[in-house]
Design a protein around this ligand. Sequence first.
Ligand code: GLP
Length: 259
Amino acid sequence: MKVLICPDAARASDRVAGMIVARLARAPRTVLGLATGGTMEAVYERLIAAHREGLVSFAHAQSFNLDEYVGLPPDHPRSYRHYMQEHLFDRVDFAAGATHLPLGDAVDPGAEAARYEAAIVAAGDIGLQLLGLGANGHIGFNEPTSSLASLTRVKTLTRQTRAANARFFPDPAQVPRFAITMGIGTILRADEVVLLALGAGKAEAATRMIEGPLSAACPASALQFHRHATVVLDEAAAARLTLRDYYEDVHPEGGPAPI
Ligand code: GLP
């Protein structure tokens, strides 16, 4: 696992956006795995800016998002489809039909999860998977005790996750109880994984992910099994790492800015 510690959140977001830009420059047909959440907003802003400057095109790429709330139709203002349209898709040049999320309002969410997994396989699996980190160590909506071999399926959200995401809803009671999420096994099939975690609230989970035992109790620790995983942190999220000096010796200030 490559651990890049950047001086602040802005530079960490720059670093991640730069990795996506570099990948698309090298492989325009990349299948991107995309994430939602507050952390990703700055990454998407940078991608939009790079697109406007002519530095990146999504015209030949495809995307599959990690997850979607069960029960929310795509046009619901709190759905992840809506988030993605607003924060990225409507502002760059993906081809029509090239962006994919699970359908939150599918009549049979279990069947929809299986269809989504099959669609990812049919696309040749994810080329670059972008991930955020839950304060409880989740990736996607793979909550603690998720099978480390899991595929896309319906998961019940923990109280902690529903509370963390309540800020996006007018009333905390409206946060859905279930989500369709790519599994940890789905994520581990990606060619390259890039996880971004920012702020002191992620420091404990980041430490468990990087230096803790491989355990379903911290789903993100499964990335220790991935051959090409990069974790990008700001100083606050890196504050509890035992081997911090080592990571900083290998990649001072998170390494060179790629854009
Ligand atoms: C949500 C999403 C995750 C995201 C995580 C962190 O529950 N399902 O994909 O990475 O929470 O979100 P944030 O960036 O808002 O802290």
